[in-house]
Each structure stands twice: as structure tokens, then as C-alpha cells.
Design a protein around this ligand. Sequence first.
Ligand code: ATP
Ligand code: MG
Length: 750
Amino acid sequence: MEYLSSLNPPQREAVERTQGPLMIIAGAGSGKTRVLTYRIAHLIQAKGVDPFHILSLTFTNKAANEMKQRIEKLIGLEARNTWMGTFHSVFAKILRVEAHKLGYPSNFTIYDTDDSKSLIRSIVKELKLDDKVYKPNTVLSRISGAKNRLISWEQYVNDPYILADDEAAMKPKMGQIYKTYQSRLFRSSAMDFDDLLFNTNILFRDHPDALNKYQQRFKYVMVDEFQDTNLSQYLITKKIAAVHQNICVVGDDAQSIYAFRGANIQNILNFEKDYPDLFVVKLEQNYRSTKNIVNTANSIIEKNKSQLKKNVWTHNESGDLIELMKASSDNEEGRMVATTIFEQKNNKQLHNSDFAILYRTNSQSRAMEEALRKLNITYRIVGGLSFYQRKEIKDLMAYLRYVVNEEDEEAFKRIINYPKRGIGNNTVEKVMVAAYEHDIPLWEVINNSSSFLSGRAANSVEDFCTMIRSFKIETERKDAFEAASSIAKQSGLLRELYEDKTIEGLNRYENVQELLNAIKEYVDNPENEDKSLGAFLQEIALLTDEDQNKDTNDAVTLMTIHSSKGLEFRHVFVVGMEEDLFPSQMMMQSREDLEEERRLFYVACTRAMEKLYLSYALTRYRYGRLLNCEPSRFLEEIDPSYIKVNKRTGSNVSSSFRESLSEGNNGFIGLKKKPALRSSTTAKVHTPSPDFKPSNTNNLQKGMKIEHPKFGFGKVTGIETEGTNKKAHIHFDNFGEKTLLLSFAKLRIL
Ligand code: ATP
Ligand code: MG
């Protein structure tokens, strides 16, 4: 078989060992996905297995499609007949056939998240519960968590521990909602996303005939990104593979990044117990990245305590050093990234699609998008909407637009009943009809609502007008930022988002804050003479135009690190490398959380084939205030011999950097920073002296005694200069020998 020659020995072994349980545990870029692809091709072509007997499960639809295409290249159209897709898509297909066994018709509907939330909203209302306490997002994520652990509503309402948990969270009626939610779904012949897996488990548990049928059908089962499967998914694969035991799972414990959604790294460890005659293949050669990138990634992940030991290496060339970019602000960070892409494209004949910008949180896309647009670089946001297309941003923008222009009909429709103020669709229709039929300006119509509305509706519209009027007055007197902040608060929009404590809710809140930050930056920029809200809206209108990104395949990819799993790009920028942003402030409570953040950083760096850039900003607007940021601890963890500081960040920046550090601001206000948790070392993290201030280290000499804010006291044992980089070798009393890059190590010379 010709294709086998393009595999290395362990890869080949994994491809050829088609019988019995097999686990491939390997580092990033070592060809796991490639092995799966070849294995399927091999089964069909060399072993004569009918493609209908092969089931492969991937994490995203995109991954499934890519894999299908690759197999097609290897063996032709026959590849189309394998069962390949995400857990959800494959089992939805199976449930359609088996639905009647569970009492569902085969044409059952699948509710998406919006449908589910809307159903929950109405149930909360019916049960006369407080919708401020039982927010749709919160309720749904609680129900989803239960389903992923295979807890039915019956078990849920009868479990005293769960009840105690809900009572502690002041949400004792959660079980009642779960129960009603399920019965309502059933009555509507609908399943939500989690039901697709939950019901598959029920089907296989209660209907041995059905289980048997699929066990016979799927003689070969394969799972990519196995480290991110949850219990429900794990049990399904285990049951299906129980007869033939030809199950092959592929994963990397170092890339497990979905614990918050119930994924369980334990699945990898359990696998060995569940299959005593398991054969394990380790792939250690990385084909994706340069030596510098592979070594950098290794130096990051070795700081995690809980990991399976792997030795990832590559034959690829050393390549460029990792470039560290320091920006004075988040907007400058965007400009630096965009300019670098622009230059690299021209100098090296690269395409837009060779570049990816990865960030920890969605809201960071704003600064990047604006900078790319200004340079006319086409980009695409994967797995999300572009910043100004997000619902919460459109909502606030609609308020701002409406305050500036009270005839803006689209804005009006968006905000008249959001947040809810008891103005129904009927009322809105009446308003629109009155405006159209008599050709009266919208604002005039609603200011005279009592003439065609009555009772509550009229009062609500009147209140709305009063509110808008007060916003208008404020907007005339205040600058754009003050006005917008006040509108965000007084309208109730910010509160609505703030109260939603789910991950999505926090994301939306962050996004709105990010819009306010952008307005603040606009106001603070001396180049902008007109600081009014109207002027800001005009400026931004040019940037929000979607036309700029017409359909094209040649686009820079922007996405969160979470959605970058499994992908590769020639040049990768990981932006926002700052404490409290990455690692995220919410993920510093425990070692487990911090280690998950570190795995996420590992995933980010290992997407790069040729060149990796890490950037951070010294200041960032957060909650409308300009705050100083500290470089991420992850930067310090990288072995400095792989890093080069980008020259673009001249000395003018580094002086403000030092100033910013000496202010000791940790980048957030009103939120207390948790003590740094360092899993890599057993020594206790040092508490800086009360008078700790970083010194100017230009004249640092061998033999000098210093204090580092985290590693404590030590003595310089050597200084090394390499291009623009200066490194110090320091022997710390409690942490031993370390090499630090002076441009971002904070040292106090004693
Ligand atoms: P991740 O952990 O990021 O999902 P992976 O282990 O699945 O990575 P692949 O995406 O399969 O890795 O492979 C990484 C890159 O290396 C791909 O471009 C792939 O084509 C290439 N590659 C893998 N094995 C070989 C090989 N033996 N010869 C040449 N190229 C290879
Ligand atoms: Mg892969």
C-alpha cells in the first residue's frame, strides 16, 4: 500500500493494528488525526471493510468534513459511505430511526439553544418563579450538566444532595423546572442537544435489540479528540464497541480544555481499565511545527503536574524564535498584529489564510478587527460573530443610535421591549401602523401613545419616551463615554447581562464592557476633537460595515483558542497574554483550573507551523478605565532561550512599562486578585517586600543581589546578550537556577 510509506513506524503500527482496542496518546501535531484518516482508508482498501461498518466521531463538523475529504483523496468516493460526524450529528441520525422505541416520532424536532431557553423562560413564568433568579441560561446549563452526567429528572428531584446544592444556590425549584422542561419537550416531540446523547444512552440501556443492531453495524469505532468527551459520550462509544472491541481512541491529555463543559480527562485513564488488553501507541514526533515552537510548547506543558509524560520532538528545522510583542495598549496590540501580517504577507508571499489570531475571550476580537479593517486585510471569525454583529453589541448600539436619532426604526424595534418592559408585539405593530398610515414621525407617534393605546401599554410606552428623553439630555451634556455608560446602566441592559452568570452570560457582559472601552478610548484620543456620541457612531459606522469581508477563502482566521483545537496555521498570534486575561481571572481559584488554562495555552502555541507570536498590552481599558496590565505568568514560564523580543516595541514603551509596574495595579479594579498559584514548583511563592519596585536593570551585573516578586531573593550568576535580548542567569534561594529575560522580568536590585 503506497500510502503506508508516508507514515512513521508507530503511526503505521496504529494504522495497521485494526483489531482490538487501541489508544493513541500523543502530543500536538504528531499526526493523530492523520493516523485516524489513514486507518479508515486502510480498513476499507486493504482489509476490505465495508465503509458502512465504520463509525468515526469527531469534535466538530468542520473536522468531520475535512477528514472525509482527506480519505476521499486517499481512496476515492467510497469514503463517503463511512459514518462520520460529531457525536450529536451521528446519534441524531440514529435516534430518528429508533425514536418510536422511546415514544418519539421519527420526525422529532431538535431544539437549539435559543428554543430551549425560550421554553425555560415560559416554564419559569408558569411556575410563578422569579425570572431574575431562574435565568434561562443558568437553568439550561444546570440541566445540561445533569444530562451530561446522565442524571434524569427523576433522579434529580429525588436526590437530597442535588437539592441541597440547589438550595445553597438559592434555586430550590431547579428540579421542578427540569421535570416540566422534559415533559414539555416530550409533548412537543422535541429533543434538545443534550437529549441526543442522553436518549441514545437510554435507548442502548433499555432496548438491547437496538444496541445489538448498532454493535453489529459498527464493527470499527474511532474517536478523535478523545480527551474532551464527557461521560455520556464515553458510555455510548463503550457500549457500541462492546461486542467487536475494535475501538480506537485518539487524544492528548495535554489538550483537554473542556472540563467546564463536563469533559473528563479521566476517560483516558479509565480506558485502560475498561479494556485490559488495550494496546497503546505513543506518537512523539511532531510534523507540524518548528523545533522552537515544539520546545516552547514542551516547556509550557511540563509545568503541569497532572499529565502523562510524553517526549515530543521534531525533525523540522529550528525556525524563527518565538516573537514576543509588547504593545502600549490593546488598540496598539491590534495595530501591531495587523501591521505584522501586512508586512509578512508582502515579504514572504503569504496569503491571509496562512495567519490566525487566537484569543482567550471573544471580546478581544474588537481591537483586532478594527486594526485589520484599517489595513484592508480580509478576516473571518470562526465559531462566532464579528464583534459588532453580536446581539448584545447590536442591542447597546441600537440604544445609542436611537438616542442620537429618534427616527431610527430598526433601532427602535430592537430596544422598545428590551430589556423587557411589558410592551408586546401588538403594541409595536400599532405604533408602526400609526406611523406608516398617517405618515407621522415615529418619535411623534410614541410621544402621543395615549391617543391610540390604552392602559398598561400606553404607560409603558410613555415611560420609554421619558427614558429616551433623559438620555438625550445627558448625551448633549456629556461626552460619548459618559453618555453611553449611563445609557447602558439606566436602560437596564447592563444589569440584565450582569445577572446572567453562565459562561455565555459573562461573555456577553464582557463584550458590552468592551464596547464601552472602545468608546472611552475614542474619547481619550486627542486626535478626536468631537467627543460626542454622534461623532463616535459616525466613526464606528465605517468599521461595522460587513461588506468589507465578502465571501472569500483567503481570510485571516480569528477565533478563541477553544475553537482552534485540531487546526494548524503557518503563522499564529496569541494575543492578550496578560495576567487575569490569560490565565483568565476566573480560572485561578485552584490548581486544576490553572492547569486547564495552561493546557489551553499549550493548544494555542501548538497550532503554529512556522511562526508563533505572543503579544500583550501594557494597558487595557476595562470597565471604562484605563488599567495597567501585568504580562501573563505563562510568558515567564517559557524557556527564554526560545524567545525574541520584537524590536517594534522600542525603549519608549518599556519605560512606561516600568512605570506601570511600579504602580502595582494588577489590571482589575473592584475585583481582588487571587494569590498566584504556581503548580510547577514545590517552593512557596514569595510575597514581595512592601517597598517592592522594579529597578532599572540596564546595568545589572553578575554578583548583584536581587528580589523577584514571585521567586524571591537571589544572586545574578551571569548576564547574556543576544541581539536585542538581554538575559540574566539568577540563582534564587528557594527556586534554584533560572534564566530570565530582562525586558519583562521585574527585579528589584538590592
Ligand atoms: P492535534 O493534536 O493538534 O490535533 P494531530 O496529532 O492530530 O494534532 P495532525 O493534524 O494529524 O496532528 O498532523 C499534524 C501535521 O503533521 C499535519 O499537517 C499532517 O499532515 C502532518 N503529518 C503527520 N504525520 C506525518 C508524516 N508521517 N509525514 C508527513 N507529515 C505528517
Ligand atoms: Mg488532531
